[in-house]
Design a binder for this molecule. Structure first.
Ligand code: TYD
Length: 215
């Protein structure tokens, strides 16, 4: 059996990674190809706990009242969730020749945990270090959307803002993602302009995957 392809979709909240992971999977499955879609935070034990932290259902008690876990704790949890993800799902599927599509991966950690901690070089280096042994994707597709567009997409969703969803941080994230390949020099990373109609974006994403597969 040939080894599968490990493909990641990345971008800020509201960029459309979840929708486009699904659309890409449908297109590949429509050709009869074996595809596994997955996401981070995962649906495993650590990922489930992280999601409850993001929504504020799990908090850290403290003298000055409950608070979200610190950025360092979050960085370690995301990295631990990722190692479980690779071992339980990504690597076995790749070995079986399956195309693995992940909605977010370690690029999210480098972007979100670094910027939510204030963005210092030492922080960036540490977040990269704790993710250094994560399996390298064959292709990462970054969906670029301007901050004002993602802001209105987030507003259109029901519910309260989760951790990391405040506008100022999201605007910094938009800029950070534009040049994120700087921090992953040995990776294949491409950008797709996702501020267009869904079909056009999906077609560009699919074209990148075809290129990767030599089709
Ligand atoms: P997201 O993937 O957008 O899920 P949902 O669509 O269910 O809201 O939310 C996950 C959040 O976690 C998002 O704000 C990005 C953040 N995140 C990190 O901060 N670091 C990481 O390593 C990952 C994978 C996600």
């Amino acid at each position: 059996m040939n080894e599968g392809n490990f493909i990641v979709l990345e971008g800020v909240d509201g960029a459309g990674t979840t929708t486009h992971t699904r659309l890409l999977a449908e297109r590949l499955r429509g050709r009869g190809l074996p595809v596994c879609t997955t996401r981070e935070p995962t649906d495993g034990p650590i990922g489930t706990m992280i999601r409850q932290m993001l929504s504020g259902r799990i908090v850290v008690p403290g003298m000055r009242g409950p608070r979200p876990p610190s950025w360092g704790t979050m960085a370690l949890l995301f990295a631990a969730d990722r190692l479980d993800h690779i071992e339980a799902e990504i690597a076995p599927n790749l070995q079986d020749g399956v195309i693995v599509l992940s909605d977010r991966y370690r690029h999210s950690s480098v972007a979100y945990q670094t910027l939510s901690a204030g963005g210092g070089d030492d922080i960036l280096a540490w977040v990269r270090t704790i993710n250094a042994h994560a399996l390298r994707p064959d292709l990462t597709i970054v969906l670029d959307v301007p901050a004002d567009v993602t802001r209105s997409r987030r507003r259109a969703r029901a519910g309260q803002d989760a951790l990391y969803e405040e506008d100022a941080l999201q605007a910094q994230l938009v800029d950070f993602y534009l040049t994120i390949e700087r921090y992953f020099p040995d990776e294949q990373i491409v950008h797709v302009d996702a501020n267009r109609d869904q079909e056009a974006v999906a077609a560009d994403i699919y074209a990148q995957v075809q290129k990767l597969r030599g089709e």
